[in-house]
Structure formats: C-alpha cells, structure tokens
Design a protein around this ligand. Structure first.
Ligand code: CP
Length: 337
C-alpha cells in the first residue's frame, strides 16, 4: 500500500511489507516517545479526534503521538457534544471536520461508519474502532508487541502459537489481529470462547486460507497450553442487548496466576488490548498477575504511541524528516519502563 495520504480503515489494506515498514518507523520513534528527544516535524498540523464511544488508550495515545510530533489536537467526545446529536449526517460532519484538520481519527459504535465518514472526508481518516468490526491500529500495536516480546525469547512471528480468549464475536481487536496474522506463515491459533461468542466464520476462514492451524474450543485450560502468547479479551458488554445478557458470559474464562502456572508454558506472554474488566464478577485477567514479568499489557499500551506516531509520519509523508526537526529535551524525563 501507499501510506502517504491514505485512510487506514481495515487491516485488509496491509501487505506484510507494509507492516514491516511501519514497524521499522515505529522503532525509530522510540527516542521521541521516551522523551529523549523532541521533534517538531508536524508543527502547525492539526489532528481532528472524534470519539463517539468511550476510550482511554486509543484517544489519548493518538493525541499524545500527534503532540509528540509537534502537532496539535482538536477533539470531540460523545455524540452529545457533537452536532450529530442535532441530526447532522456523517457526510456533513466529515466535510466540515476535514476543513479544520490535516488528519482525523474516529471511533464510532456502528460497523462501517468510519469508512462512510472517510468517503466524504477531504483528509486521511484512521479508524479508531467501528462497532464490532475492526480496530486496525490496535492490531498493529498488538503485533508490534508480539514481535518485541518474541524477540526476547528468540522466537519469530512465523511459526507463532497464540491463544485468543474471551469475546471473539464482538471483540473488534481480535478480528483485526486475526487478519494481520494471516499475513504470516505457519501459525497455530487457538480460539477460546463460549460457542455463542465464537470468532466470526469469515475471520476463521481467512486464517485457514492462510494455511494456519486453527483450534476452536470452549475449554480455557486446553486452549492456553503450548502457546507463546495468551491474548485475553473483555466481554464486550456494550454490544449486548442488556448487561444481564453479558453477565451470562462474564467471568467464564479467568486467567489468574494459578491457572497460568498450571496450564501455560513458563514464558508464555500475557496480552490484553485493555481495558480489562477488574470488577468482581469478571476479572478475565486477574490483578494477581500484575507482578508476573510475562504480563505485557502495559508494554503493549506503551507501544500504542510508537505505532500511532509511525502511522502519522507515514500518512503525512514526513517519516524521513523527523530527525531533522529534533532538539534535546530540557525537563526531567526519567521514567521506569
Ligand atoms: N484498547 C482500546 O481500544 O482501549 P480504549 O477503549 O481505552 O481506547
């Protein structure tokens, strides 16, 4: 694909070479994300950030990534704070917002809505999550994290063994991640969910057509044995007809330290797109794993800034100018990674 000027709407746009290019640029963003250097390569540029569903990581890390590149962020959150609440269409909203911004990130509860918006936008649009459909930047940061965690274990992406656990029906991150994994070779993928929340058949077919071995099970202990990565997900309560319906599945698969010790290989990496549901009845990823060095969830969320910076500089076509616009940092920056 050509990054410059492109919308990022689905992982289906990516070839393996695009992913590798993005990761090389993300690696180069590390000194800036870690506040060792400042760059002003996007000085004067404006990110329009529109989040019509709750978000902590995606919204703030996209905004931070843009700020770290020297750009400014204008945002609206929730329909109630937007003229969409007065009946304005996505088409009109896109025409207007793209007159105020150089690039737009949008999250919306409806499948396909970000593509509809992008079709009317005059500037590139990045999908920050559209309903249960896709969350492409999350999948990219997930794979970037997998690559980094595996490198420390002398393992490669080809031949990866991964378990995805939880709400695979409504979890858009696992849909995008599966499409991304289909670009690699010789994977063994274990899909652990209640039958009613199983991975959409089209996504499973994509994995099988890529030649991957796919196991579907509703037994957690079977699914998480013999894997390199356990990728846990929250029950997506907001996609159910009622919280009571979600309660039928919440807490069904709980990964805690004793389940991990009894079933996982010693160095199995634990991931989760977050937020994890830490309420009593849920706890798909228990807080008693917080001191487990294989828990990668906060390294994963940190990587969101690197990957999103890389997307911005590639789409806005300044990847080769980042260092020319850099200066040292002059405030206290020490942080514990
Ligand atoms: N992973 C993710 O999309 O988190 P937020 O909902 O907080 O953005």
């Amino acid at each position: 694909m050509q990054f410059a000027g492109s919308h990022i709407l689905s992982i289906s746009q990516f070839e393996r070479a695009d992913v590798e290019q993005l990761f090389t640029v993300a690696d180069a963003m590390r000194p800036y994300a870690h506040r060792e250097r400042i760059t002003r390569v996007l000085n004067g540029a404006i990110l329009g950030s529109m989040f019509f569903e709750p978000s902590t990581r995606t919204r703030i890390s996209f905004g931070s990534a843009f700020n770290l590149l020297g750009g400014e962020v204008r945002e609206t959150t929730g329909f109630e704070h937007s003229a969409i609440a007065k009946g304005e269409s996505l088409y009109d909203t896109a025409r207007v917002l793209s007159g105020y911004s150089d690039i737009i990130v949008m999250r919306h509860p409806d499948d396909g809505s970000v593509s509809e918006f992008a079709a009317a936008s005059r500037v590139p649009v990045i999908n920050g999550g559209d309903g249960a459909n896709e969350h492409p930047s999350q999948a990219l940061l997930d794979l970037y994290t997998i690559r980094s965690e595996l490198a420390g274990r002398q393992r490669a992406l080809d031949g990866l063994r991964i378990a995805m656990v939880g709400d695979l029906r409504f979890g858009r991150t696992v849909h995008s991640l599966s499409k991304l994994l289909s670009l690699f070779q010789g994977l063994r993928i274990s899909l652990v969910s209640p039958e009613a929340l199983s991975m959409p058949e089209a996504v499973v077919e994509t994995l099988r057509e890529a030649g991957h071995e796919v196991l579907e099970t509703d037994v957690l202990e079977t699914g998480i044995a013999d894997v390199d990565i356990v990728y846990s997900t929250r029950i997506q309560e907001e996609r159910f007809a009622s919280p009571e319906e979600a309660d039928l599945y919440r807490g069904r698969f709980r990964l805690n330290q004793s389940v991990y010790t009894a079933n996982c290989e010693p160095n199995t990496v634990i991931m989760h797109p977050l937020p994890r549901d830490s309420r009593e009845g849920a706890r798909e990823l228990d807080i008693d794993l917080n001191d487990n060095p294989n828990l990668a969830i906060f390294r994963q969320s940190d990587n969101g800034v690197l990957v999103r910076m890389a997307l911005f500089v590639l789409i806005l076509d300044v990847a080769d100018q980042v260092d020319q616009h850099s200066v040292p940092v002059n405030w206290y920056t020490e942080r514990r990674f």
